[in-house]
Structures are given as structure tokens and as C-alpha cells.
Design a protein around this ligand. Structure first.
Ligand SMILES: Cc1cc2nc3c(=O)[nH]c(=O)nc-3n(C[C@H](O)[C@H](O)[C@H](O)COP(=O)(O)O)c2cc1C
Length: 357
């Protein structure tokens, strides 16, 4: 029986325990989308996790869609992230950066002046997204990427990944869930292309497969993970056959030797999503979604996944691993401060207490 507190290796990344902090956008980057010292404090406080996955981080100005999300495409951003990586490593933790290109899921007012919104097809995201004042508004009309532009988008991801490693990150995670650019390519309803990146499943998975191949070549496959959520409808996703899409994707990338597949596990008609991953992917798995300690410990004990990740619980419990070890009560997060609000970035962010403080 495997213990949730036991060490594990995901690709080249050695974790002290199997408890992962899930990526969470918190909208607290500074001017120029540069990570702040407050963000370094936040991640330092949570470094007891076996692995931290950072909030979604844009590889380019085009990839930004939300307010105050950090980037990893300028020298200042690299310096900001270096403080974060150093803070986490200083406490003995590990940290990978989530690369998040939102594609069509973007509000123009949240982006730099002149930054475009691009997608596989010129179909807007039907869901509203918060603008600079936090009030949800219509998303931008995307421009369909030309076939010859796609290598350039992949090159942006590669440059971002190299920057992440230059900043001291232990690796990167490609965000392929939540209706952002990679998932817009995967899903039948958002990808109506007629070139080699659209149509049948082998074409719809091509963008993600090529991006993961390029990241693996750049960093070494053992430093590259990816995140999926088969069947999710967020940001207007509606794939006609998630089973077919994700089985094909997982099989196609299985031989690359990547560090892990991070699954956001939601109910899926037909085959359960974790079974879908396990039957098409032989690498490490991080299981996520609505877990508490008992459920997570059972997943690990039954060897259904190699690690488990927690989002919500990490917001209010910076010392989550210690609390789990001690069987101590958990604090509740204040939703009002999930994203920036009230002008005080520390509020509901770095002011949650540890046990005994
Ligand atoms: C405030 C907030 C921000 C989030 N931002 C991201 C993100 O940037 N990237 C991502 O992949 N998932 C994001 N998520 C989803 C979480 O990583 C996680 O999958 C989800 O909360 C379910 O796990 P949980 O039940 O342990 O909270 C976010 C969730 C929350 C609550």
C-alpha cells in the first residue's frame, strides 16, 4: 500500500510527498505582469507540498486573457519568477510553471494595448469573463490562426518554458484544460479548421502533440507535464466525443516520456475519466478534483494515481501537508478574495494562518 506522505518521482522531478498544490489564478501580478514579492511569500508559505504548480502564466501578450495574470515572456517577469522559485526551493519544495495561453477566452481590456486574440477558429467564447473591475463582460472576437502561424505559437510556448527554467522552475505544465487554446484545438465545437489541425481527431490533437514534443525537446521530457479535463464545458467547450479525443491524445503522447498527466477529474458519461487516462497512458498521473484527505489517501493507497492535487484547500491552508499529517482541522477559504479585490493583495492570500500561529 502506497503512503500519500511517501516520496515519488514524476519524470525528473523528485517530490518529498505526493500532495501537490494545484494551479490557481489569483490575479495579483504587478505592472508588466511581473510576479511580486507578495506572490513569492504566498508560494513560500505553501512549499510543504511535494510539488507546487503555479497559477496559469501567459507565454506571450497574445496568450493573456484575465486581469493581472503573470507572464513569462519578459526579462522582468523572469526575475520576478526567480524570487518565487528561490523562495520555494529555500523551503525544500519543488515548483513547476503552468503555461496558460487562453486563446479566445480573453477580454480585450485585460490585455496589453494591441495584443491580439487568436484561436483555432473565429468562434468567440460564449462565456463572459471578468474585466479589469471584476465584472464579467463579453469576450473578444478571436482571429483564426493561419496554418503557417502555428509553429510560431508553439515557439512562444518553448521560449516561455526556457524562461521558466532560467527563472529556476523545476519544469512546466502545459494547460490543456478549461477551454483555453490547447483545448480549443482539441474540441470539435471550437475547432472547425479544414487544414491538418482540424477535422478528424488525429488532426485536432496535432497542436497539443506538437507543442508537447517541442517542450520535451527543449527541456527534456522529464520536466514537462500536461493538464487535461475530458468533458469539461467551461468556456464554451462541447466536444462531441471526449473519449475519442482524449484516448487519441494520450496514446499519441504516451511514448514521449513526459513527467506526468494532471487530470481534473469530473463526471464523464460512459467511461470514468481516470479509467480513460489509465487505459491510454502509462506515465505518472496526478489526480485532482474535489478531493479531501481520505479520498486522496485512498487514491494513492490503491495505486490509482501517483500523486493528488488540491486547489481550494491550499488557498486557506498553507501548511496543508502538516495539517493532514496531524489530522488537524482545515480553515475555510474566503471566496471574495480568490481574485484581487479591495486593493490589498495580501488579503485572503498570504494572511491565512498555519497551525499553532
Ligand atoms: C481560484 C482558482 C483559480 C484557479 N486557476 C486555475 C489555473 O490557473 N489553472 C488551472 O489549471 N486550474 C485552475 N483552477 C482549478 C484548480 O487547479 C483545481 O483543478 C480545482 O480547484 C479543483 O480542485 P479542488 O477541488 O482541489 O479545488 C483554479 C481554481 C480556483 C479555485
Amino acid at each position: 500500500m502506497t503512503d500519500i506522505f511517501s516520496p515519488v518521482k514524476l519524470g525528473d522531478i523528485s517530490l518529498a510527498n505526493r500532495i501537490v498544490m494545484a494551479p490557481m489564478t489569483r490575479d495579483r501580478a504587478g505592472p508588466g505582469d511581473v510576479p511580486t514579492d507578495i506572490m513569492a511569500d504566498y508560494y513560500r508559505q505553501r512549499a510543504g507540498a511535494g510539488l507546487i504548480v503555479t497559477e496559469g502564466t501567459q507565454p506571450s501578450p497574445t496568450g493573456k486573457g484575465y486581469w493581472r495574470t503573470p507572464g513569462i515572456h519578459s526579462a522582468e517577469q523572469v526575475e520576478g519568477w526567480r524570487k518565487v522559485a528561490d523562495a520555494v526551493h529555500g523551503e525544500g519544495g519543488k515548483i513547476v510553471m503552468q503555461l496558460m495561453h487562453v486563446g479566445r477566452a480573453a477580454v480585450q481590456a485585460n490585455k496589453d494595448e494591441g495584443a491580439e486574440t487568436v484561436a483555432p477558429s473565429a468562434i468567440p467564447c460564449p462565456d463572459k469573463i471578468p474585466g479589469p473591475d471584476g465584472v464579467p463582460v463579453e469576450t473578444a472576437m478571436p482571429r483564426a490562426l493561419k496554418t503557417e502561424e502555428i509553429p510560431g505559437v508553439i515557439a512562444e510556448y518553448v521560449a516561455a518554458a526556457r524562461n521558466a527554467v532560467a527563472a529556476g522552475m523545476d519544469g512546466v505544465e502545459l494547460h490543456c484544460a478549461s477551454g483555453y487554446l490547447p483545448m480549443q484545438f482539441l474540441s470539435t465545437n471550437s475547432n472547425q479548421r479544414t487544414d491538418q489541425y482540424g477535422g478528424p481527431v488525429e488532426n485536432r490533437i496535432r497542436f497539443v502533440v506538437e507543442t508537447l514534443q517541442a517542450l520535451a525537446e527543449a527541456l527534456g521530457p522529464g520536466r514537462v507535464g500536461f493538464r487535461i479535463c475530458p468533458g469539461v464545458k467551461f468556456n464554451g467547450m462541447d466536444d462531441a466525443d471526449p473519449h475519442e479525443t482524449y484516448a487519441a491524445l494520450l496514446k499519441a503522447v504516451d511514448g514521449l516520456g513526459l513527467a506526468y498527466c494532471h487530470l481534473i477529474h469530473i463526471p464523464l458519461e460512459g467511461q470514468d475519466a481516470l479509467d480513460l487516462v489509465r487505459s491510454n497512458w502509462s506515465g505518472a498521473i496526478i489526480e485532482n478534483g474535489g478531493l479531501n484527505f481520505d479520498k486522496a489517501a485512498a487514491v494513492i493507497e490503491e495505486d490509482k494515481a501517483d500523486a493528488v492535487s488540491f486547489g481550494y484547500l491550499y488557498i486557506a491552508n498553507p501548511d496543508l501537508v502538516e495539517r493532514f499529517r496531524a489530522g488537524a482541522p482545515l480553515s475555510k477559504a474566503d471566496r471574495a478574495n480568490f481574485y484581487t479585490g479591495g486593493g490589498d493583495d495580501r488579503k485572503g492570500y498570504t494572511d491565512y494562518l498555519t497551525l499553532g500561529s
